[in-house]
Ligand binder design. Structure first.
Ligand SMILES: NC(=O)c1ccc[n+]([C@@H]2O[C@H](COP(=O)([O-])OP(=O)(O)OC[C@H]3O[C@@H](n4cnc5c(N)ncnc54)[C@H](OP(=O)(O)O)[C@@H]3O)[C@@H](O)[C@H]2O)c1
Length: 401
């Protein structure tokens, strides 16, 4: 049977070499179309065949210079109504592609651009002259947060344990070239892990500019060790620094924010506040507690219009692992490969600025793998636990070898 129907000749651009249908082909299909298909890659359906495709039967045809011919057979009775529909579809497609789509596309891009611009202007206005307190400003992410918020025109209160490092940072900030009017930062030194120091520090912070708009709870300490070897004092030290200290400072500053019905609390948590990895128990526990506390705070503060943002970064290239505490309380003193390969603190600080400016509620600043791990922990906990157990085995083995 020769397949050259009229329809075929109109569309059969490829089919010229095909003489006979294979015998196995079903002849109750009386419309035959040839469609070119690259040897590798998707089928290229002619647009006017699309309406028939649900009823079509596909069979592989002969090869043609790297193309596979495909025969599409369409049942006779299904054609009349589908042809009318097809005409309509083609007209709609023509209309969309010719007249409507381009203005629509430009319109959407324009609206999106204007929206982004307004968001940017609002963000700049929100942060300019805002009183921003940064804890752990002496190093790493805190230091970079100080730089970006200072450059955005914020009035800074820099907190840390090391007065000299804070003074050095203040000098560095003064030498920054900025586009907006800047303000000389204040410095407040105290140890977050000392519960007795919080009240005096809060009073000093409030004296600087009279109020606080944004508190960035950034200071933190990491930990490396096996649970069985770790003293409870070490667990407490990590919890005091990463959890009880920030919680106490936040609670101490809240009344003044509630009174003004204005304020923004930021908690720098970690991906390890969402998933726990072996040999980081105290750190992961402190960050899980941080996430939980500030999630509760967000809900409770909504009535006072106080914002709460929890930021969970992945690895950042800072001194965190060098300063980490070990099972016996000594300093770890090693720059971990993962930390060394982490994101630059300046980049993360810019993301923190954007998250605060946009009043985001919960932000994960991590690569694909940690982000996937967070979903895996929720969707397939069994698999996640097996992966973590295998990681623990490998880490133990590499330590023993
Ligand atoms: N680096 C990462 O891979 C990573 C990933 C996720 C989350 N984070 C989080 O990011 C935050 C900043 O850490 P970082 O990476 O910038 O580490 P970092 O360079 O070690 O900085 C930690 C900061 O916290 C301060 N700090 C530590 N203990 C303190 C205490 N008891 N009282 C007051 N300040 C104290 C340190 O001050 P001193 O100079 O006085 O020690 C330092 O300024 C932490 O909350 C950390 O958990 C880091």
């Amino acid at each position: 049977m020769a397949p050259c129907t009229e329809e075929w000749n109109q569309r059969g651009k490829v089919f010229k070499n095909f003489e006979k249908l294979p015998e196995s082909w079903d002849c109750q299909y009386d419309q035959l179309y040839l469609v070119r298909k690259p040897a590798r890659g998707p089928r290229m359906d002619p647009i006017n065949l699309l309406p028939y495709l649900p009823q079509a039967k596909w069979s592989p045809g002969p090869g043609d210079q790297g193309w596979h011919a495909m025969l599409c057979q369409v049942r006779k009775e299904s054609q009349k109504c589908t042809r009318r529909k097809s005409l309509l579809k083609v007209r709609v497609m023509d209309f969309v592609t010719s007249t409507a789509i381009l203005p629509l596309l430009f319109g959407c891009v324009g609206i999106f651009g204007v929206f982004k611009l307004l968001q940017w202007i609002r963000m700049k206005a929100y942060l300019r002259n805002a009183v921003v307190v940064v804890t752990g400003a002496t190093s790493g992410l805190g230091r970079e947060c100080a730089r970006v918020f200072y450059s955005a025109g914020a009035k800074l209160v820099l907190c840390g344990r090391n007065r000299e490092a804070l003074e050095e940072l203040t000098k560095e900030l003064a030498s920054l070239a900025t586009k907006v009017q800047t303000h000389k930062p204040y410095m407040v030194t105290f140890d977050l892990a000392d519960p007795g120091a919080i009240a005096a520090a809060t009073a000093e912070i409030l004296q600087c500019f009279g109020h606080v708009d944004v508190l960035i709870n950034n200071a933190g300490i990491s930990y490396r060790g096996a649970i069985v070897d770790t003293t409870t004092d070490v667990d407490k030290k990590v919890m005091e620094t990463n959890y009880f200290g920030p919680v106490a400072l936040t609670k101490a500053l809240l009344p003044s924010m509630i009174k003004r019905r204005q304020g923004h609390i930021v908690a720098i948590s970690s991906v390890q506040g969402k998933i726990s990895i072996p040999f980081r128990s105290a750190y992961a526990a402190s960050k899980h507690a941080t996430q939980a506390f500030f999630d509760c705070l967000r809900a409770e503060m909504e009535q006072y219009e106080i914002e709460v943002t929890v930021i969970s970064p992945g690895y950042i290239h800072t001194n965190l692992s060098l300063n980490a505490v070990t099972a016996d309380g000594s300093t770890y003193g090693v720059m971990d490969k993962t930390t060394a390969q982490g994101r630059s603190p300046a980049e993360v600080a810019r993301d923190v600025l954007a998250a605060v400016g946009k009043k985001k509620k919960d932000v994960i600043l991590a690569d694909l793998l940690p982000s996937l791990a967070i979903y895996l922990r929720t969707l397939a906990p069994g698999l996640f636990f097996r992966l973590m157990a295998s990681r623990a085995r490998k880490e133990r083995k590499s330590k023993n070898s």
